[in-house]
Write a protein that binds this ligand. Structure first.
Ligand SMILES: [Zn+2]
Length: 339
């Protein structure tokens, strides 16, 4: 796996000195900077059979197994609630009684890896165990892990990942080499957010206190919410409530607002021409209804207006007025009363 760019220096330092790799490492730092991914990249680097500049090569069989999630010398312990759901083949999802999943790491989970830690490794190299988040271990689990930390098996690296290391048993902390990962440099975080397609990355990063993964997740949630609200508005048989909706459009969201309007208008035009919607198939019914009342030439003209507005969106004089104007034009075009 490719590490986040801001983690490379710390990874390279650790992996350059494999001979002095500790038995246990406690990785901590602010939430949302990718500590779990750091632990995985470190594990990948330790297990790689032909590392390049210390980091995982991504091409050997060990790297291949690792990326598939089945390297025999790698284990992760996470709370049940953080595990990806696996529905066994042929079994329907619904009947399973909805049981609240555990947020803690239980003693059984630590015991279950006892053999993994005690027996010899499959590939005659290192073995790596990642525990995340380490503060989720209940007292039984923590004590079971402490036994392993007190008598560390050879060629074994245990990585504990934690947002809140103060919640760990002091006896556990004292057995680990401590590695504090800081917030990434602002420029690196912004470059990564741009790569992820996050609109208004500066605002997103600031809102997340400088943590890029948190910024991405929040912006995706905001984006999904904006899209949902806007499409519901455009789908209304009576037309959009232009004034109320426009009041929620600001400098950060105006460009995305126009983008989602464009996708809707494209779908309207396709449906009007007896095609299938490309973007919003789940709204085919309201699209058909709105398309019926729309004038095709006016739709194309409006599409050009949207493209022009989007080009200006980086510095619109007033995002609210722009949104109002566009929604009112949309209402006019789709109301059947053509000028
Ligand atoms: Zn490799």
């Amino acid at each position: 796996m490719t590490p986040f760019p801001w983690h490379r220096p710390a990874l390279e330092r650790l992996l350059a000195d494999r001979a002095r790799m500790p038995h246990a490492l406690l990785v901590h730092g602010p939430e949302g900077i990718g500590k779990q991914e750091f632990a995985r990249a470190l594990a990948n680097g330790m297990l790689c059979e032909s590392p390049r500049d210390g980091l995982a090569c991504g091409a050997c069989s060990a790297c291949h197994w690792f990326s598939q999630g089945n390297h025999p010398d790698y284990r992760e312990i996470v709370p049940e609630a953080a595990m990806e759901d696996e529905v066994p083949e042929g079994e329907a999802e619904a009947p399973k009684a909805e049981k609240a999943k555990s947020l803690v790491i239980k003693i059984d989970q630590v015991r279950a890896v006892a053999d993994f830690v005690a027996l010899s490794t499959h590939r005659a190299g290192y073995r790596v165990l990642v525990v995340h988040p380490a503060e989720a271990m209940n007292p039984g689990a923590a004590n079971a892990l402490l036994k392993t930390l007190e008598e560390p098996p050879p060629a074994t690296l245990i990585v504990l990942v934690s947002d809140r290391p103060a919640r760990l048993l002091p006896t556990i902390r004292s057995r680990c080499r401590i590695l504090a990962l800081p917030l990434p440099p602002r420029e690196a975080a912004l470059a990564w957010l741009r790569e992820q397609g996050v609109g208004a990355p500066e605002a997103a990063l600031a809102a997340a206190g400088g943590a890029p993964l948190a910024a991405r997740d929040q912006s995706q949630a905001d984006e999904a919410e904006l899209q949902r609200r806007l499409l519901a508005e455009l789908a209304k048989p009576t037309g959009a409530d232009a004034l109320t909706f426009a009041a929620t459009v600001d400098r950060e969201s105006v460009e995305r607002f126009i983008h989602w309007m464009q996708t809707w208008v494209h779908d309207l035009a396709r449906v009007r021409l007896a095609g299938e919607p490309r973007h919003h198939g789940h709204l085919a019914q309201p699209l058909r209804a709105r398309a019926k009342a729309a004038d095709l030439d006016a739709l194309f003209a409006f599409d050009r207006e949207l493209a022009e507005a989007r080009a200006l969106a980086a510095h619109p004089l007033n995002p609210r007025l722009l949104a109002e104007h566009l929604l009112m034009s949309y209402n006019r075009i789709t109301s059947g009363n053509r000028p």
